[in-house]
Design a protein around this ligand. Structure first.
Ligand code: 6LW
Length: 500
């Protein structure tokens, strides 16, 4: 059966998954966004639907003052004895934590912290009841044995494998398969040299014997291939006994520039005569692949338009860091998302009035209808293509010398400038963004009038290779008073998002 990669497009890095019966559950990293660690559900490994978040309360996920691309790194999800566990690291806060839930859609428990070095923690529940806690750390992969009720050590952490010599040995996943323990890790760093390697032992502490074919997954020698940076993988066996890997990869839009984030890819896994896994086509993956998938199970398509009619935001929406409760409301004006711009701006390492979703297609259209009757200078509300606090583009209604105007701004590092403006009168404004792999176009319309396209900006300047960090572009509605609160609310009637 054929399927298309990536299976979860847009900013969904560091995928980890587990199976319960015929159901698969997958989590990805969420960094400075809240709620954190989205949970996806699938029955066929190809079609995934969002069902919740593991970290949905500020007590589980404090993000105040967390820099862009800090916060939640590299979760692992496992199921044991009727319970789901998700283990991750909140950077820099208190380090490793895990939460558990009986229903992966939530609510998840308060966090239990584990005092172990490094990043990228994961758990193995062994058959004798032991729980192994692995992470990266100085010189390789470290492991302890913990009491899962408390997070306390039963055996102190020690280094169990240095990897094969690549930089950044990280993202360990320890599996017990038959009588053997397999330790699969990422090496080479998460960029273009990324790879996945594996080793085996008959004891969870090693000594680990590396696979002679390492790396078992990498595109580091495939310059020009549409998929790059493959690595950070996790394995699962389906109900029919077939094995699969999920991993992260990127799709550059122009030379060495990817802007919608590290995405989740799927590859079939076979085993060679010596008992080593073969991922995809002998260690590489493609945009179209085939494998012995479980029977197809599609989910209803997401509607293009969010009318903001419900009492809660849909699961696609995120805030930047922990939101201030007063900054947003779905109930003050029913059927509208109301944002109340505070002093905090998109340039601050803080939580502006901001409600955003991942850009999941390199070619897409986003639009919104905004009412913002402001006469306070420097107040502003609109639509942003946001990579981080130093790299973002927006189209907005703003106020200058007491008059409303439409602006397009680009912020690339310390260069921030309004690149287009039009004076406008009162009344609602439709803001539009059209994305192609290499460019964003920004336009607006008044009433039912035609769209006037105001400016074009390259996607390249929002790419990780330029902007830095580990995230991908968000398309977000926002409001700000630039240093003082906005007296007028910004009301958004609806938001359209559509891959094109
Ligand atoms: C993650 C590390 C990595 O912790 O990037 O791709 C870091 N690999 O394993 C952030 O996602």
């Amino acid at each position: 059966m054929k399927y298309a990669n990536p299976v979860i497009p847009g900013f969904h890095p560091d995928p980890s998954l587990c199976r319960v019966g015929e159901d698969f559950y997958l989590v990805t990293s969420s960094f400075e966004y809240f709620p954190g660690v989205p949970v996806y559900h699938s029955r066929d490994l190809v079609h995934w639907r969002a069902i919740g978040h593991c970290l949905s309360r500020p007590t589980q996920l404090p993000l105040t003052g967390v820099a862009a691309s800090k916060g939640i790194w590299a979760p692992t999800i496992r199921h044991h004895d009727g319970r789901f566990y998700m283990v991750t690291t909140n950077m820099p806060d208190k380090g490793h934590l895990y939460v558990h839930a009986d229903d992966p859609a939530g609510e998840w428990s308060e966090p239990i912290h584990v005092d172990q070095c490094g990043i990228d923690p994961s758990l193995l529940f062994d058959e004798d009841g032991s729980v192994y806690f692995s992470s990266n750390g100085p010189g390789g992969i470290w492991q302890s044995r913990i009491d899962i009720a408390t997070g306390q050590y039963l055996d102190k952490p020690r280094r169990i494998w240095a990897g094969t010599g690549g930089s950044h040995p990280e993202a360990p996943h320890l599996y017990r398969i038959g009588e053997a323990y397999y330790l699969m890790i990422a090496e080479g760093g998460t960029e273009y040299g990324h790879m996945e390697t594996i080793a085996r032992a008959d004891n969870p502490w090693g000594p680990f014997e590396p696979c002679p074919r390492n790396p078992i997954l990498s595109h580091r020698d495939r310059g020009g291939h549409p998929i790059q940076a493959t690595g950070h993988a996790d394995l699962v066996q389906d109900a029919a006994g077939n094995w699969w890997a999920v991993c992260l990869g990127i799709r550059p839009s122009s030379h060495r520039a990817h802007h919608i984030g590290r995405e989740t890819f799927l590859a079939p896994v076979t085993w060679d005569a010596e008992g080593w896994p073969v991922i995809g086509n002998d260690g590489t993956i493609e945009l179209e692949m085939a494998g012995p998938l479980p029977p197809a199970h599609r989910w209803p398509a997401e509607p293009t338009r969010d009318e903001f009619d419900g009492p809660r935001l849909g699961l696609a929406w995120n805030f930047l860091r922990n939101p201030y409760a007063d900054d947003w409301s779905l109930t003050e004006r029913p059927g509208w998302l109301r944002l109340k711009g505070s002093a905090v701006t998109l340039d601050d390492v803080d939580s502006p009035a901001f409600v955003g979703r991942r850009q999941q297609h390199r070619a897409c259209r986003a639009a919104t209808l905004l009412e913002f009757d402001t006469d306070q200078d420097d107040s502003e509300a609109g639509l942003t293509a946001y990579m981080n606090d130093r790299h973002h583009y927006e189209i907005a209604v703003a106020c200058r010398q007491g008059r409303r105007e439409l602006i397009v701004r680009r912020t690339i590092g310390r260069l921030s400038a309004v690149v287009a403006r039009r004076a406008i009168g009162g009344g609602p404004v439709r803001l539009e963004l059209q994305a192609e792999p290499a460019e964003y176009r920004f336009g607006f319309a008044l009433g039912d009038g035609p769209t006037e396209w105001l400016a074009v900006g390259e996607t390249r300047y929002l790419a990780s290779e330029v902007a830095g960090g580990f995230t991908g572009v968000y398309l977000a509605l926002y409001a700000t008073g630039h240093g003082r609160p906005c007296p007028a609310p910004a009301d958004f009637d609806w938001f359209d998002y559509e891959g094109t």
